[in-house]
Design a protein. Structure first.
Length: 256
């Protein structure tokens, strides 16, 4: 009987109380690679979405009167605890693969949708690679400088070397967080206010130092919708979009 009442309370909290006191504001979508040429590594295919699928997700959201907003707009909403009249989506990409520029960017321009790419500087220069992703070239600084001319584009930090930040010493962590911010700002002449944790790995120490160094928002690598008064600006959840998962139905159920 106790177990039955626990399940009832859990159901009541999730489906009755939460929608009333913490209604959904919107979602931050996470993509990695936008390509028709999927990797041979099965686990990595979860990080790949075809251009056709990518555009279909956007079209489906627009049909439902969803507003696509930039991270600056997202920060303005969340930092002030605002309610929204329409659900929002912010589009983000991790790692800065060049197919974002060649495949995703034309679609985003077509629909006038803002987006953010989180970049690790040493991936952009080719000085380091993610060990299992040799087949995926990343955007160079020349490409990033071309993108930065477009008001739709926001650049964010992703550490220097794309490392798990919660496993570093305090000195190493400081360098990864500060140097990634500084190098991107120097190379692109743009202030860096936002970051995403590589591999979604963080700790209280990582969060505290990121705040001290001037990051206004930071993003995890997984999660669900953002709800009113139920979020932390330094650990914001993102919804991973994939090629084969029925994300459109999931999205409809969570936002609309």
């Amino acid at each position: 009987m106790c177990g039955k009442w626990k399940n009832i309370r859990r159901w009541f909290s999730k489906y009755v109380l939460q929608p009333i006191f913490h209604p959904i504001l919107g979602e931050v979508w996470l993509f990695h690679s936008i390509t028709d040429h999927f990797t041979r590594i099965p686990d990595l295919r979860l990080c790949e979405v075809s251009p056709t699928r990518f555009e279909a997700l956007i079209q489906d959201a627009l049909k439902k009167n969803v507003q696509f907003i930039s991270l600056d707009e997202l920060y303005a909403i969340l930092s002030q605890g605002k309610r929204v009249t329409r659900p929002f989506v912010s589009i983000t990409f991790d790692d800065g693969y060049d197919n974002i520029f060649f495949n995703a960017y034309p679609i985003l321009k077509k629909y006038n949708i803002p987006f953010c790419v989180f970049v690790a500087p040493k991936l952009a220069t080719g000085e380091c690679k993610i060990s299992y992703e040799e087949e995926r070239p990343t955007m160079s600084y020349d490409i990033l400088r071309e993108l930065i001319k477009d008001a739709l584009f926001t650049i964010g930090a992703h550490s220097v070397h794309h490392v798990e930040l919660n496993k570093l010493s305090e000195i190493e962590l400081y360098k990864e967080l500060l140097q990634s911010k500084n190098e991107l700002e120097v190379q692109l002449n743009k202030q860096i206010n936002y970051m995403a944790y590589p591999f979604g790995s963080y700790s209280n120490t990582v969060i505290e130092l990121a705040e001290k160094l001037g990051y206004k928002m930071a993003f995890a690598a997984w999660g669900s919708a953002i709800r009113l008064n139920n979020y932390n600006l330094m650990t914001l959840p993102r919804v991973i979009k994939t090629e084969h998962e029925d994300d459109i139905n999931q999205y409809r159920n969570s936002l609309i």
